[in-house]
Design a protein around this ligand. Structure first.
Ligand SMILES: C=C(OP(=O)(O)O)C(=O)O
Length: 572
């Protein structure tokens, strides 16, 4: 039997299944009264102390092994002792709910709020709340902990989903691979699997019902396949494939540093996408030619008040200083619609992706926009700042946004505050309307970057978050490639830099097509950098141009993908 899955951490593993079914709380919602209320309050407190002790032990162990992962556990401790949640849980108990029911309700409420974010990485953080909820409820119910910290023998862990604490605490020398029924490329499981170098195949439908502990499997987290009970010959072939994969992975690592050139010697700028601007991300800038996308909305998410000008200034400054002379493309606040900010009450909209978001919202809320622009312009004095506006759909949008920048410059001049007067101003190309008038837009801005994630969603009319239309969200759609081709052409004609900062920018299969269109800058997350540089080094531009032409003549996304896979089988 062969099942399909999403290969979020590449690798191949051959071994035996270990089903992992963590504790699933079943909560009794019967109302309580009288003396049961103070007893429930004490039970909540005891459960919290029990959960705290477990987390503390885990954190201490991880601090020795992996301080980065210890931070996740520290974040769980913060959730456990979150004052607002605690207050609501206590109110719930005082109002007649059991400790379990009150905690369950409040944790679910907050997980729902985060889970509605349009940003996948924020949504994934709901799993931290879910993790802490289960730990707290398990302690309330007096049930001992189950985890992956001690495995008797090496195994392929199969689960519905893994909590962050499962992945952080797991005995990684014994986990051959991870297979889960849910989870995307930016889930905790994916991030940790990648950082541990454990092959992971997520989104394998019904994996738990199909697999039994002890069964032999091959996890092909390169081509996205799970082979159950493989035949002897198949296993032999996969052992060879695994050895080849390890050899290539070692080879790829060598490409991480240094500039990137095509086989025929043309330099391609490989830049980094960053979000939280944490120490790891800032450090990673040195492997690239600068920051191709700084998703500044991360500074605004998950907090009760808007970040002040000073807070933003310090963070932007730190990133700019690390980048030195290399450009830092700071995207202004890309929020709104269903990407909710707790610190900003936004009205609910019927079609949030087509609603009042990003630049549209900033033009309405000038106070927020100007605070960010002031911080950015001031921080710009220490580096090479490129300011980029998201969700631009018309020339009016560009002109209005530039007008606000000018107002902020005038204010800073009046206040005699130093700022960078040389910054470049650019736009995201993510709405077809602006891609189709790229010739005009190119005259009005200094640069552009193509946000292929949104451009794909708006071109194919398929909500990027809606699983029911996932089959219509086709990032290899010939229409998307034609739009990119024409946009690159117009910016090239105008002599203005253009890049790709959506997922397609770090997609090995799409790389020759982008280079063939004339793209010379690509931006991506750190995990894609070394591989992208390796692929670039194996591509010749004449060949890339030919491939790009062919792709634009194709009829379907399926045809494009099959062609690219075949043409690049020895390269990607
Ligand atoms: C880079 C993009 O923006 P987001 O942060 O919305 O993925 C994009 O849309 O391609």
């Amino acid at each position: 039997m062969v099942c399909q899955g999403n290969p979020v951490s590449e690798g191949i593993a051959i071994g035996k299944v270990m089903r992992y079914e963590p504790f699933v709380p079943v909560v009794d919602n019967t109302a309580i009264a009288g003396e049961k209320i103070p007893a429930a309050l004490s039970r909540y407190e005891e459960a919290r102390s029990g959960a705290k002790q477990e987390l503390e032990e885990l954190r201490l162990r991880l601090e020795q092994e992996d301080p980065q992962k210890a931070k996740i556990i520290k974040a769980h401790m913060d959730i456990l002792f979150d004052v607002a949640m605690e207050e609501e849980i206590r109110d719930g108990i005082a109002g007649g709910k059991s400790a379990e029911a009150a905690a369950d309700q409040i944790f679910r409420k907050y997980a729902r709020i985060i889970g509605r974010s349009a940003d996948e990485r924020i949504r994934e953080r709901a799993s931290d709340l879910e993790d802490v909820r289960c730990r707290l409820l398990r302690n309330c119910m007096g049930i001992p902990e189950r985890n992956l910290a001690f495995l008797a023998e090496p195994a392929v862990v199969v689960a519905k989903d893994l909590f962050p604490s499962d992945t952080a605490s797991m005995d990684r020398r014994k986990v051959l691979a991870i297979v889960t029924e849910v989870g995307g490329p930016t889930s905790h499981t994916a991030i940790l699997a990648r950082s541990y170098g454990i092959p992971a195949l997520l989104g394998v439908k019904d994996a738990l019902s199909l697999l039994q502990s002890g069964q032999s499997v091959i996890v092909d987290a390169v081509d996205g396949k799970l082979i159950v009970n493989p035949a002897g010959e198949e296993e032999k072939a996969y052992r060879r494939k695994a050895a080849e994969f390890r050899r290539q992975a070692e080879e790829t690592k060598k490409y991480l540093d240094g500039d990137s050139f095509t086989k025929d010697g043309v330099k391609i700028e490989v830049e980094l996408n960053i979000g939280s601007a944490n120490a790891q991300e800032i450090d990673a800038i040195r492997h690239t030619n600068g920051v191709g996308l700084f998703r500044s909305e991360f500074l605004y998410l998950g907090r009760e008040t808007l970040p002040t000008e000073e807070e933003q200034y310090k963070i932007y400054r730190r990133v700019l200083m690390q980048a030195g002379d290399a450009p830092v493309i700071l995207r202004t606040l890309d929020i709104g619609g269903d990407k909710k900010l707790e610190c900003l009450q936004l009205p609910k909209e019927e079609n949030p992706f087509l609603g009042n978001r990003a630049l549209r919202l900033c033009l309405e809320r000038r106070d927020i926009f100007k605070t960010q622009l002031r911080a950015a312009l001031r921080a710009g004095t220490v580096g090479n700042l490129w300011l980029m506006f998201p969700m631009v759909g018309s020339m009016d949008d560009i002109r209005k946004a530039k007008g606000v920048v000018r107002e902020v410059q005038r204010d800073l001049d009046c206040e005699k505050i130093e700022y960078n007067r040389e910054i470049k101003i650019g736009i995201m190309i993510e709405i077809p309307a602006i891609a189709l008038i790229a010739d005009l837009a190119a005259k009005e801005v200094d640069f552009a970057s193509i946000g292929t994630n949104d451009l794909c969603q708006y071109t194919t009319a398929a909500d990027r978050l809606n699983q029911n239309v996932a089959q219509y969200y086709q990032s290899y759609h010939p229409a998307l490639f034609r739009l990119i081709r024409d946009t690159v052409r117009q910016f090239d004609r105008a002599g203005k830099p253009i890049s790709v900062c959506g997922e397609l920018g770090g997609d090995g299969l799409a790389m020759p097509v982008l280079l063939g269109f004339g793209m010379r800058r690509v931006s991506m997350g750190l995990s894609a950098v070394a591989r992208a540089k390796r692929i670039i080094s194996r591509l010749d531009l004449a060949q890339a141009r030919d491939m790009a032409d062919r792709v634009c003549q194709m009829e379907t996304a399926g045809e494009v993908e099959a062609y690219l896979r075949d043409a690049l089988k020895d390269i990607v």
